[in-house]
Design a protein around this ligand. Sequence first.
Ligand SMILES: *Cc1c(COP(=O)(O)O)cnc(C)c1O
Length: 458
Amino acid sequence: MTTLSQSAAEALYGNRFLTEKAPSTSFPQTGMRPTDAMRLLGEDLNLEGDPQRNLATFVTTWMEPEAQRIIAENLHRNFIDHAEYPISAEIEQRCVRMLADLFNAPGPTTGCRTQGSSEAIMLGALSLKWKWKERRQAANLPTDRPNLVFGGDVHVVWEKFCRYFDVEPRIVPLEENKYTIGPADVEPHIDENTIGVAAVLGTTFTGHMDDIVGINNLLLDIRNRRDLDVPLHVDGASGGFVWPFLYPDSPWDFRLEQVRSINVSGHKYGLVYPGIGWLVFREESDLAEDLVFYENYLGKLDATFTLNFSTGASMVLAQYYNFVRLGRDGYTYVMKQMQQNAQALASNLRDSGRFEVIGAGEEQLPLVAFRLSGEHTTYDESDIAWQLSAERGWMVPAYTLPPNAERVKIMRALVKETMSREQVERLTRDIADACATLEKKGGTTETERAQTKRGSGY
Ligand SMILES: *Cc1c(COP(=O)(O)O)cnc(C)c1O
């Protein structure tokens, strides 16, 4: 009997990466067959977390097959090539107009697609800075000490903006029983150098909103009393696609006069895969003209307001697909279904007697923020997160809140479109089982925990 050579065996039965390490340090000299490259990656990616059990992320983990087809068929299209792909550019503008309508803009306005809310926030805050500079220069006043006011409940991108673009951050700390901010917190920080106030619609920590109506009223009052026009930017990364459908009568958007710009992540509750965000201005004049670049690109005069240049058109098209596919009715249905399942999970956790749910009666993103009630000396929320992941693969993060609420530790479960009631019941039982294990064996060690440490803001 003859034995196959190693290479002949590989050709028939597998590839050499079943017995060799994957290339990782030097640029490979030779290539491999497409099937081998695909399998090599597939084998690596098998160990990624399962999106169905990832209750940590706000970002979309499922789109229907027709949407996936739109995405796949347009992957070659560079969105920035407006001259070559004018239809994609027009579809972006349709989305901007639809969002301006959804956010109750008073008239025709402007906005743009971005890579996500982070880019939208950088651009929106830059516009605040430039508009402030224009006002100061017109009055012959110094422009060297701009500041921006926001709460400790914001996403890290706001501090990043301040550092990257040289603006003093004035951060209102949280308190042990207060995880959002309101007008009384903001007022002492505002002066003539304040470029704007940023308020959050749906914090990453507990899913609640800052008192945007209260802050708007404060800013109107400051405008009238002190002749200081301080604009309000709403970070609606998550909430911008939730509030219009779950709480249509609750004003947070351009219905409030000082709200000059809004960002929203298409890839969160806009229900599109990662890589899409939006920035919408109240009026065209809220975008600082200085930040728009006009260039002759491929023979056509093009106006751009972005930090990036080339990027795919697929997610813009997918966003438009969702808008026309779902409409207000469809988004409302999806949001309500998520909310109902989140409420079911919240009741189950409360009924277990082990947990208290944070701010369940208030307007909130469809999620459950909860913590152990009473004294639990042998284990805490991080132990539960670790045990739940070890036993059942659920990814439910545990984290401490920002200053001065850092003594408060909570867990947070996102209840997405794909999370059925049956899965809610299953998760409830799995949490109970994880707690029962911990009651028997005590908390996990720091080393064990470090292996599954997860942040909160994504
Ligand atoms: C997610 C999030 C961001 C950042 O958004 P990306 O789309 O991930 O860039 C900013 N602010 C809030 C409130 C968020 O939830």
